[in-house]
Design a protein around this ligand. Structure first.
Ligand code: 13P
Length: 255
């Protein structure tokens, strides 16, 4: 019997929503969704909104994630936030290695590995993001890029830890562009990533790790994407900012 992996539908709010706005969103979303089974619903607000959003999540099916963390617990690191601090603020997850962090803030595979390690050490679940640039895909380098990002990004994790985390495949050319990867392209990349996990950590770990697709996910393409064999959920940007569209995506993804 193949393992039934629980889907994750995560909204990455990026640089949007104050605490009160985020809390109001969660209450409205929870009321709209009712009981949610077989699916983890996650929202990732900016750090300053995390506590208020996590408070609003209590007693609902929604949990909160940080959009990033630093790998040290404390020290002279102006502007940084540690994993135990976001846990204290109420986060259960942390997104690591988003392409916008890689592109604008100097994130590397090495820093992704350190952050993923620190997130697990703090008792949180990482969502580790990978994905190729448009020119890398056009040059036939997609697999090479994914292999490097997955291998190096997970290099500090044990097999058991990898089984419990999530990997988000977000092709950079599909993020915020409306150019969603076709279900076939997304499935192929997610299957490749699962194969990489199998090679390095064994097939049982690969069966359990959850692999999400992100990049212009909308209510009208969610169902086909989420029904692919190796896609276990979504990481949603723009369409997670309005209750109606995020709830629509969740409705279309329910198992
Ligand atoms: P969009 O859904 O806006 O394309 O963003 C995807 C993303 O970057 C989620 O992390």
């Amino acid at each position: 019997m193949p393992i039934q992996r629980k889907l994750i539908m995560a909204g990455n709010w990026k640089l949007f929503k104050t605490g009160p706005e985020g809390a109001a969103f969660v209450k409205e979303l929870a009321a709209c969704l009712g009981a949610v089974e077989g699916l983890d619903v996650v929202v990732a607000p900016p750090f300053t909104s995390l506590h208020q959003v996590a408070e609003a999540c209590k007693g609902t099916a929604v949990t909160a994630a940080a959009q990033d963390v630093f790998w040290e617990e404390k020290g002279a690191f102006t502007g940084e936030v540690a994993p135990h601090m976001v846990r204290d603020a109420g986060a259960a997850w942390a997104i690591i290695g988003h392409s916008e962090r890689r592109q604008y803030f100097g994130e590397t595979d090495e820093s992704v590995a350190k952050k993923a390690r620190a997130v697990v050490d703090a008792g949180l679940a990482p969502i580790v993001c990978v994905g190729e640039l448009e020119n890398e895909r056009e040059s036939g380098l997609t697999e090479q890029v994914l292999k490097r990002q997955v291998t190096e990004g997970l290099s500090r994790m044990s097999a058991e830890e990898v089984a419990a985390l999530a990997i988000a495949y977000e092709p950079v050319w599909a993020i915020g562009t409306g150019r969603t990867a076709t279900p076939q392209v997304a499935q192929e990349a997610c299957a490749y990533i699962r194969g990489l996990v199998a090679e390095r950590f064994g097939s049982q770990v690969a069966e359990r790790v959850r692999i999400l697709y992100g990049g212009s996910v909308k209510a009208d393409n969610a169902s086909e994407l989420m029904s692919q064999a190796d896609i276990d959920g979504g990481l949603v940007g723009g369409a997670s900012l309005e209750v109606e569209s995020f709830a629509g995506i969740i409705e279309h993804s329910r198992p």
